[in-house]
Design a protein around this ligand. Structure first.
Ligand SMILES: [Ca+2]
Ligand SMILES: [Ca+2]
Ligand SMILES: [Ca+2]
Ligand SMILES: [Ca+2]
Length: 558
């Protein structure tokens, strides 16, 4: 980083801190009492926050699609095989079931994760993605990624066909067999898909009790149609006649249709919608033995009365085929066909659509654990303030593409014992190391609150953390003045702990920091009026910072 950009960055950080914009995205993990880190053997984590604002329903045991790319994930921090990927619930304790649909190191990866509950109407419910443990092996649990109402889940990801080759991800084992030589392993909506030629390509699945859905159903699929033709079947189970067909979800010239057998007759229901070709469309039909509903792109496009149980036959199920009949072939690609034995709700379907279109998850910044959570010591250079103890907990967030710069976001308590009174403060520190280092936080406490301004520099090494800076305390009968101080980790073996060596380290940082702060001070002076408004009484003069920082090398007394 060039000096000028470092100065600008330092100034930017200063201003961000002063106007109260958080530097780190992670707040929930840092609230007092929260578990801070799930497992010390893992070196990194990200918060995955769900945008379930638009759905009022609590979504339980909900399969969420997590798509990792080189834009939202640093693959160099995890194993090549993804074996150290873990998903942990918001409690930072409960491991979640997951499985890879496709893992591509340094590419696009699709992972299905079962989330116990995503709160309705929430924009803050979240889970954690942990990674960075070279000794870990994968704990994928494919069948348990899906709730008990899923009767079949076909990712259609296979690159090789054959008898039973098209795998069902659920415990029901409804594996399919391709015929007609469809295109396997083609680019799908989610990982791979299957390309059907509209002539004779299909996948068929034998009849099974799990595919008999008398009491209701949901059929989902992503379709990418080349030519939209009447009576081409997305899913059809049955013998193909009015008296022997279970359920059918098909293309018609006006859109989509549902059908099946009821008392020896067809129960056809049409749903008018666009018949767009050349794009991926998420289509869903639900039936609760009373009403059949159809959805497109996550939104309901129709609802029709259709009382009666779903027919149960002994015929096979066809994807791109009219059940047991050699007909109904789709001319297009199909991906992610899923069948449930209940009618999924509108909220559930909408959230699934959002999840599968990268519109459901916000990826937080990569975080690393703080090397030491407790055991902090301190050394106050000027002993006038009184006794001070400090306990901190928090996390560090490395900046992407700048590993030498580490953001800090810490919370803790600061206890002052000054003649006549004792005050305890809640403390929040935001900061960075190296030349862009800066943090500041106003704290207060007690019946007649003290105001402490806390600013300084972090020096983070492999086995210790030192903090140095200035603390200005305004109390009655006590002139506000800056106190230089040094905080450092306690109870650890610090190689450079010898006063001379450590001071040298500190001085090195101070020199770089002071240079940056000189410039910050200049800039503050130039923009005095505006900035003063922002600062209020927090910072009375940036020059004080610079001056005091320069004293630190001398002021430090081990
Ligand atoms: Ca939750
Ligand atoms: Ca797929
Ligand atoms: Ca063919
Ligand atoms: Ca059956």
């Amino acid at each position: 980083m060039k000096a000028s950009s470092a100065v600008s960055f330092a100034l930017a950080l200063l201003l961000l801190a002063l106007v109260g914009i958080p530097l780190a995205q992670d707040k929930s993990a840092l609230a007092a009492g929260d578990p801070v880190w799930w497992n010390d053997s893992w070196g990194y984590r990200k918060e995955l926050t769900f945008n379930n604002c638009g759905q009022s329903e609590n979504l339980t045991n909900f399969p969420v699609l997590v798509k990792l790319t080189t834009s939202n994930f640093n693959y160099s921090h995890c194993r090549n095989d993804g074996g150290d990927i873990r998903f942990v619930d918001a409690d930072n304790s409960t491991l979640l079931k997951y499985h890879f649909e496709k893992w591509t190191y340094n590419g696009d990866s699709w992972i299905w994760v079962k989330v116990p509950q995503i709160d309705g109407g929430s924009a803050t419910d979240h889970v954690w993605l942990y990674y960075g443990n070279s000794g870990a092996t994968g704990i994928e649990d494919e069948v348990n990624t899906y709730d008990a109402n899923f009767m079949a889940v076909w990712h259609l990801k296979e690159t090789t066909g054959g008898s039973g080759a098209i795998k069902d991800s659920t415990a029901n084992g409804n594996d399919g067999t391709d015929s007609g030589s469809p295109g396997l392993g083609v680019t799908g909506k989610i990982g791979n898909a299957i390309d059907f030629d509209g002539t004779d390509d299909s996948v068929t699945i034998p009849d099974s009790d799990s595919l008999d859905l008398a009491n209701g159903l949901t059929i989902e699929a992503w379709i990418y149609i080349y030519t939209w033709v009447d009576w081409e079947d997305i899913v059809f189970k049955g013998g193909g006649a009015a008296d022997n067909s279970d359920y059918q979800f098909a293309l018609v010239s006006t859109g989509l249709m549902w059908d099946g057998t009821l008392a020896g007759a067809w129960r056809t229901k049409y749903f008018d919608t666009t018949t767009d070709t050349g794009e991926w469309i998420y289509v869903v039909v639900t039936h609760d033995t009373t009403t059949v509903k159809c959805y497109r792109a996550g939104s309901q496009i129709g609802s029709q009365s259709d009382a009666g149980n779903i027919y149960e036959s002994t015929y096979q199920l066809g994807i791109s085929q009219e059940g047991a009949v050699a007909s109904g072939y789709i001319d297009g690609k199909i991906d992610e066909v899923r069948i449930s034995d209940i009618a999924r709700s509108a909220d559930w379907i909408k959230a699934q659509y959002l999840s599968m279109t990268d519109a459901f998850i916000a990826f937080g910044l990569e975080q690393v654990p703080l090397p030491l959570i407790s055991g902090w010591g301190w050394c106050l250079a000027y002993k006038e303030v009184g006794d001070v103890t400090l306990d901190l907990a928090g996390s560090m967030i490395p900046r992407a593409n700048a590993p030498e710069v580490v953001d800090l976001h810490l919370v803790g308590t600061l206890n002052f014992s000054i003649p006549g009174r004792t005050d305890t403060f809640e403390l929040e520190l935001l900061g960075t190391r190296v030349r862009s280092l800066f943090f500041l936080k106003q704290v207060e406490g007690g019946a007649d609150p003290l105001i402490a301004e806390f600013e300084g520099f972090w020096l983070v090494e492999n086995n210790y953390i030192a903090c140095e800076g200035r603390l200005a305390i305004t109390i009655p009968n006590h002139a506000a003045q800056p106190y230089a101080f040094v905080l450092r980790t306690g109870g650890v073996d610090v190689p450079s702990r010898e006063p001379g060596g450590w001071v040298e380290d500190i001085e090195f940082i101070i020199q770089k920091g002071a240079l940056a702060l000189d410039r910050v001070g200049d800039r503050l002076a130039q923009g005095g009026a505006v900035i003063k408004d922002l600062l209020g009484t927090v910072l009375t003069a940036a020059a004080v910072i610079v001056r005091e920082v320069r004293k630190l090398g001398e002021a430090y007394i081990p």
